[in-house]
Design a protein around this ligand. Sequence first.
Ligand SMILES: *[C@@H]1O[C@H](CO)[C@@H](O)[C@H](O)[C@H]1NC(C)=O
Ligand SMILES: *[C@@H]1O[C@H](CO)[C@@H](O)[C@H](O)[C@H]1NC(C)=O
Ligand SMILES: *[C@@H]1O[C@H](CO)[C@@H](O)[C@H](O)[C@H]1NC(C)=O
Ligand SMILES: *[C@@H]1O[C@H](CO)[C@@H](O)[C@H](O)[C@H]1NC(C)=O
Ligand SMILES: *[C@@H]1O[C@H](CO)[C@@H](O)[C@H](O)[C@H]1NC(C)=O
Ligand SMILES: *[C@@H]1O[C@H](CO)[C@@H](O)[C@H](O)[C@H]1NC(C)=O
Ligand SMILES: *[C@@H]1O[C@H](CO)[C@@H](O)[C@H](O)[C@H]1NC(C)=O
Ligand SMILES: *[C@@H]1O[C@H](CO)[C@@H](O)[C@H](O)[C@H]1NC(C)=O
Ligand SMILES: *[C@@H]1O[C@H](CO)[C@@H](O)[C@H](O)[C@H]1NC(C)=O
Length: 772
Amino acid sequence: MASLLKLLPMLHFLFMLPYIVYMGGSSDANGRDDSSHLQMLSSLIPSEDGERRLLLNSYNHAFRGFSAMLTENEASILSGYDEVLSVFPDAVLELHTTRSWDFLEARDSKLWSRISYDHSSADVIIGVIDTGIWPESPSFNDDGIAEIPSKWKGVCMEGSDFNKSHCNRKLIGARYYHNKAFVVKQNETNPTKNRGSPRDIVGHGTHTASIAGGARVANASYYGLAKGTIRGGLPSARIASYKACTLDGCQGSIILKAIDDALKDGVDIISISIGISSIFQSDFLSDPIAIGAFHAEQLGIMVVCSGGNDGPDQYTVVNSAPWIFTVAASTIDRAFESRILLGNNESFEGAAINFSPLSAGKRYPLVFGGDVASSFTPVSDARYFFEDLTGHFKSKCRNCMPGSIDYKKAAGKIVVCVSDDPMVSRRVKKLVVEDAKAKGIILIDHDGENAPMDSGTYPFAQIGQSIGSRLLQYINSTKNPTATVLASEEIRKFKPAPVVASFSSRGPGSLTENILKPDIMAPGVAILASVVPKIDSSYAAPGNKTSLFAIKSGTSMACPHVTGAMAFIKSIHPHWTSSIIKSALMTTASIYNNIGTPLTNSTTDYPSNAHETGVGEIFPTKALDPGLAFETTTDDHLNFLCYYGYKNQLVKSMSRKNFSCPKNPNRDSISNINYPTISIGRLDRDGGPRKIKRFATNLGAPNATYFSSINAPSGLQVKVHPRKLVFTQGMKRASFKLFFDGKEASKGYNYGDIRWFDATHIVRLVFAVNVE
Ligand SMILES: *[C@@H]1O[C@H](CO)[C@@H](O)[C@H](O)[C@H]1NC(C)=O
Ligand SMILES: *[C@@H]1O[C@H](CO)[C@@H](O)[C@H](O)[C@H]1NC(C)=O
Ligand SMILES: *[C@@H]1O[C@H](CO)[C@@H](O)[C@H](O)[C@H]1NC(C)=O
Ligand SMILES: *[C@@H]1O[C@H](CO)[C@@H](O)[C@H](O)[C@H]1NC(C)=O
Ligand SMILES: *[C@@H]1O[C@H](CO)[C@@H](O)[C@H](O)[C@H]1NC(C)=O
Ligand SMILES: *[C@@H]1O[C@H](CO)[C@@H](O)[C@H](O)[C@H]1NC(C)=O
Ligand SMILES: *[C@@H]1O[C@H](CO)[C@@H](O)[C@H](O)[C@H]1NC(C)=O
Ligand SMILES: *[C@@H]1O[C@H](CO)[C@@H](O)[C@H](O)[C@H]1NC(C)=O
Ligand SMILES: *[C@@H]1O[C@H](CO)[C@@H](O)[C@H](O)[C@H]1NC(C)=O
């Protein structure tokens, strides 16, 4: 017993974890010293553990709090302190590129060529919180850009291979952070080694920053593919880079510090292509991005975030707080396809970005992965079966799994593999087949339209199920099946586009269904933008040369498109609040694709719904003149927190002012905050009509009259009152009520919209109503 007690302090030490301690809004925005945070920590940690009385990060500007190494017990004690709003483990968040790590793209898509403006009238500073920046990229060239605006108060931090001369009038700021939780215990005698740097070595941050605000770069391409001019949403925008992530992910406490710094530095918009994993979402106050973005919104700064890549399942969207602009990913009208030629001269197109050296003149033996399994693989695992009656096949084989291939049987052949296990990515299967000295790989995936994978010079093509069945039938039908896989070609004016990417996370939000998420959709499949020119050891680049650009996919790429669009609108309407700009983009979004039919997802021709696309695809030039705006204020967000269930005292601490929660808060009231969409998470069909209220602000000519029309699925009764909104010189705001009656409606989500229109505007307010 005695010896056990002696052990306890040691165990204590072992179970220490980094925690974030959130203490609410800051009353003076000029910051304060860390002493009060240190005092709190010292009062808690026994003096013999003095070395642990160390603030890893301290938040003093837009909000208060700190991060530190704590035991679970200490964390629990801290959470009982009056001034502490929440204490939560400092989780590692993930970059929102596609699950398999992905590739490069090109972007003279229709969307961006419509924007002929390049106003440099107003300076807009975009803060990008990501993996840092590669400053030599031509996207960050400052030719023709005016002096740094005086509102900028940030810094260009020096670090290894990065000095002040790497910043310029385009890249005006760069910061990086030490993950002190891991370096505390290290030997600090050689501080110059690993001294850190704002420099990007991953490529993700360079890619997202160049999409949001990169300069125009002519003749950009990925080894000749997707050649054209690339540019950010506002080529004259300033970029400030905050390196919060490394290859290992993004520490929540550091993201929070980066947001605090960005607000102090004077950015106008913050772009974050990062999120907590959708399965770990617990509530808004244990999510560092939600906390940081809340305080950014209080200061009038919009935070734009990726919604995540956990689709197509429902309830996977993250970064879903109402004060965050949440982005879904779509395809653009450019595709990358690789031709598969069979021995019988039949040919198919597969999705791919490859620089295959194989020619059309030669064929190679074609085999199914299950048929070249090594004899060590259990037979039940190596075989496959498929049900051609339904057209769907379930492959039970462990085909092309690590260790499953008989090298002798596969060498020199083209191997057909099936995506059958979400835990084994297509990149792994490619490596397995490549390792077996096979000539190439054709992957059958349930979703052939998935973001094309970049396989370098290795012949790779991805096909859907129906082509997959035909390919397998061909293998079965002939004694010596053969094939070849040709180098990818770019298909322009691809139709239909945009289409919701299958990986794009879907709503409803798992924390509340009374706010519609994601908000909006933007290009996120196969996007060409700048990267760090380097070649990974596992990547066979054409000619063994590096490329300044790469094609990548993910909501990570969609998010900076919206950031860039906001910067563009802000440069033309400098006095619009971020809430007006968000509303403008949302009420003017496009709901049609380039063949003029409603947007769809990648597997059906049915119109896609608002939980897949949000309000639709961004249409930045239309958002310059939206007519009306639904402004969501800080008070709306504070009320949201009350309705969600947070205590009055806690919400007041976040508010920086004398705020009180409304009486009898309940979650249904969330639907009533003045958001630019409407979501009713539960409408009782026998409960009578539900009343929803909205305010509209007139942004156009003072005398305006708007009429309404309602699009609702049959059965759902929607009424509006009044049916006409009249604005005059002295009346810029008008309110209206909507009544939703689900008595006759079909069960589950009903989607529709109300449109307010005058002679020149259509203002679309989308709704989603879950009838029970
Ligand atoms: C800063 O870096 C640039 C480019 O690497 C180099 O040319 C320059 O000498 C460096 N300046 C200083 C003061 O170290
Ligand atoms: C730290 O490094 C110095 C010099 O390399 C070495 O002498 C010392 O033992 C190291 N200390 C620890 C705790 O590793
Ligand atoms: C782009 O490439 C074309 C042809 O390859 C060349 O004529 C042109 O000068 C290039 N433009 C730039 C800006 O490099
Ligand atoms: C596309 O929408 C249809 C109809 O709503 C649905 O059945 C299907 O699962 C969706 N596909 C994806 C990839 O989300
Ligand atoms: C395939 O096409 C080539 C060239 O057109 C021709 O020589 C060959 O006979 C064809 N093979 C079959 C099986 O049709
Ligand atoms: C392959 O051929 C055999 C025999 O002709 C048949 O039983 C089997 O169903 C076929 N399999 C496929 C995948 O077509
Ligand atoms: C490609 O470059 C790497 C690193 O510079 C080198 O080790 C390798 O031999 C090169 N491969 C070819 C085919 O030139
Ligand atoms: C805060 O607001 C409440 C209710 O609106 C009011 O009664 C109280 O006097 C206010 N307190 C301060 C310090 O302004
Ligand atoms: C708007 O309407 C009012 C009254 O109807 C009128 O006096 C005023 O001149 C109008 N203003 C404009 C800009 O048309």
